[in-house]
Design a protein around this ligand. Structure first.
Ligand code: UDP
Length: 345
């Protein structure tokens, strides 16, 4: 199997590349390193079955060649992270909508199976518990940038399903619920790498809002197993799947558990959303996946619980020669950040 991974230098993409190489696939990665990092795949660079192109997926000439040469496309390239979405919505919309349009069009030209990474954000601020794949998404106003990400990924899903319906393109859509694990950076807002870094540095853990919002964090290794198994399952084609853990935790409890597991003396501080992101920011209170569909089709369920995830992230950040811990500060409040050039953030 020759796999093409768009966004393969990113957090999930790099773990997927490892898993596919381990089972004997040829893997080509395309990544423009906008949020991905070459260090994520540096250890794979000498592997005879690993190839990479540092290029944007909007480069149609390069994409045409790479897609024509592969058997299957894992489309993970996207601008992600709530912090990035609020700071740079133009980049988010252009990457997610234009980029996916190119991948689908060229995928259809060569009729290649396409596995599309989507997100639980598409459910928006729906209060359903849990979210099933056919449930309604409820998106907020266009004046609130946060929803631009959800909307861009919903558009990706619409486009993929339209290509499937009209052009018989074999597509599978995966909605990830807060995928976490080693190599994820806190630079774009993700809470676990931020909390672990803060705890290891002995700095206060920054809980946004009242900390009573909850999430279900899913280990990247479990997510990759689901992605690989779904891509092998013919009955998955044309379908949407939630991929997530059902272990729910409030962000306040997450902060306390991180402090305990990291054996840290850090305190917890509460930061209003308007300072953390922007005025009028809307967060989801709860977000729990219904994973019946993927469970019935391929028998998948998560295997690593939250304490297991936190322990692995803590170990990874500690063992990374301390560089992850010593590295640049996570972004501060939005007002400060907006004065910094994008390249510096
Ligand atoms: N969050 C927080 N402190 C941080 C970063 C994030 O309290 O330093 C909160 C954020 O407001 C959200 C939750 O943690 O309620 C999960 O945030 P993340 O960006 O990781 O994922 P989301 O579920 O928002 O996509």
């Amino acid at each position: 199997m020759k796999a093409l991974i768009t966004g393969g230098c990113g957090f999930i993409g790099s773990h997927l590349a490892e898993a596919l190489l381990a089972r004997g696939d040829q893997v080509t990665v395309i990544d423009d390193l906008s949020t991905g990092r070459f260090e994520n795949v540096a250890h794979l660079a000498g592997h005879p079955s690993f190839h990479f192109a540092i290029e944007s997926i909007t480069n149609e000439t390069v994409m045409d060649r790479l897609v024509s040469e592969c058997d299957r496309i894992y489309h993970l390239a996207a601008a992600v992270g709530v912090d990035l979405v609020v700071r740079d919505p133009v980049h988010v919309l252009e990457t997610n909508v234009k980029g996916t349009e190119v991948v689908l069009r060229i995928g259809a030209r060569y009729r290649k199976k396409l596995i599309l990474a989507s997100t639980s954000e598409v459910y928006g601020k729906s209060t359903a518990i849990p979210f099933a794949e056919d449930d309604d998404g409820i998106l907020g106003a266009t004046t609130r940038s946060r929803w631009s990400y959800a909307c861009s990924k919903a558009m990706d899903e619409f486009m993929a399903l339209a290509y499937h319906k009209q052009m018989a393109l074999p597509v599978i859509i995966m909605r990830f619920f807060n995928t976490v694990g080693p190599r994820q950076t806190g630079r774009y807002g993700m809470v676990i790498p931020r909390f672990v870094k803060q705890a290891l540095r002995g700095e206060p853990l920054t809980v946004y809002g009242d900390g009573q919002q909850s999430r279900c964090f899913t280990y990247v290794g479990d997510v990759v197993k689901a992605v690989v198994a779904l891509s092998e399952e013919p009955a998955a084609v044309g379908q949407v799947f939630n991929i997530g853990s059902t272990e729910e935790v409030t962000i306040e409890e997450l902060a306390r558990r991180t402090i305990t597991l990291a054996d840290s003396a850090s305190e917890v501080v509460y930061i209003p959303y308007k300072e953390a992101y922007e005025a009028g920011f809307e967060d989801m209170r709860r977000r729990v996946p219904d994973i019946t569909k993927i469970g019935s089709l391929i028998g998948w369920a998560p295997t690593v619980d939250l304490d297991g995830i936190l322990t692995r992230v803590i170990e990874h950040m500690r063992s990374d020669n301390g560089s992850a811990v010593k590295g640049a500060e996570p972004p501060g409040p939005a007002m400060e950040r907006s004065h910094r050039p994008i390249e510096d953030r």
